[in-house]
Design a protein around this ligand. Structure first.
Ligand SMILES: [Zn+2]
Length: 324
């Protein structure tokens, strides 16, 4: 993965390549941004740029890796003796202190092949308290030619002492055209499906790929059909809609799709405080539903009734404005 292959993150990539060119790369970085926007790939592009045996310059005059040398070939599969990758343990919940100690020891050793030793921690928020504390010493006294990259979706929840010792690099959500183009490379679904998935993915490639799955495409179409008529439905029908979407397998996806639909339609209605409050409320329900056993049907009844009120209010405003 060269920088040239990372789509949609030009700003982040250029910042790193400028730092490489000026030999002014910080030892510790936080790559922060939503899931599925290219943080991991950019980290790999940076490592490849640093370890490449035959680096070159792109037409913009900034450095990039060759993609062909032995080092680049190793890195294509995240396998290189000077790269250490840390992920949550097999139960997928925590990064423990032993993993961080091993990573710090790795950083302190002399590079085997390249000039740099690199550790990538994904996801940094999974570090438990003792793991995070163990990392602090390395952050305070980094070894020469060592690079530490922390990947996270929520940098604000990392320890302040970790944040203050790292350079923050923000990753923006990917635009729908970029997502559509990436989906073309990675899936074989029709253009229309790709475009709709890209529109609803809220800038995340991971979410866009999920939205291309046939069962999700069908769900999305059915839900969108319901939503387009919701403003004019009697209460009994809203309740039956809620029942229809409340099956265990469909419930959480329904909330996610609804939130994505809302955000992708911001431009269709003025973003009033009511819409923002509704969107935040949906997120809160989503988080609660992941932890507690909610009454799914009653929850969706409230979701649909409140949406109907907002749409009716919106229609009244539009009529009032057109009459002025
Ligand atoms: Zn190379």
């Amino acid at each position: 993965m060269a920088f040239a292959d990372v789509l949609g993150q030009t700003h982040a990539c250029q910042q790193l390549r400028h730092a490489m060119q000026q030999d002014a790369l910080a030892h510790s970085w936080i790559f922060a941004g939503p899931e599925g926007v290219g943080k991991r790939l950019t980290a790999l592009a940076l490592v490849q740029g640093l370890l490449c045996q035959s680096p070159s310059h792109q037409t913009d005059g900034l450095p990039d890796s060759c993609g062909r040398c032995r080092s680049c070939r190793h890195l294509a599969s995240w396998a290189h003796p000077d790269l250490h990758f840390v992920q949550p343990t097999s139960d997928k919940t925590q990064i423990v202190v032993e993993q961080i100690r091993a990573a710090c020891q790795f950083l302190a050793m002399t590079a085997m092949e390249g000039r740099w030793k690199v550790v990538v921690i994904d996801d940094a928020l999974a570090m438990n308290e003792s793991a995070a504390s163990a990392l602090l010493k390395t952050l305070e006294e980094p070894s020469p030619q060592s690079l530490l990259i922390l990947l996270t979706t929520t940098p604000g929840r990392l320890l302040a002492t970790i944040r203050s010792r790292c350079q923050m690099l923000r990753f923006a959500p990917l635009s729908p055209p970029i997502l559509t183009s990436l989906l073309e490379r990675q899936t074989s679904v029709a253009l229309e499906v790709r475009q709709q998935a890209a529109q609803l993915a809220e800038g995340s490639m991971a979410r866009a790929i999920t939205l291309c799955q046939p069962e999700l495409v069908q769900m999305r179409d059915e839900l969108m059909a319901d939503l387009t008529t919701i403003a004019n439905q009697p209460l009994a029908l809203l309740c039956s809609m809620a029942e229809n979407w409340s099956e265990r397998e469909r419930f959480q996806q329904t909330l996610l799709l609804l939130r994505s639909w809302l955000r992708s339609n911001w431009h269709d209605h003025p973003v009033t405080r009511h819409w923002i409050a509704y969107s935040l409320w949906l997120e809160q329900i989503n988080r609660t539903a992941a932890i507690y056993n909610l009454n799914r049907q009653l929850t969706l009844e409230s979701v649909f009734i409140r949406l109907q009120r907002l749409l009716i209010l919106q229609q009244q405003r539009t009529v009032a404005m057109s009459g002025q």
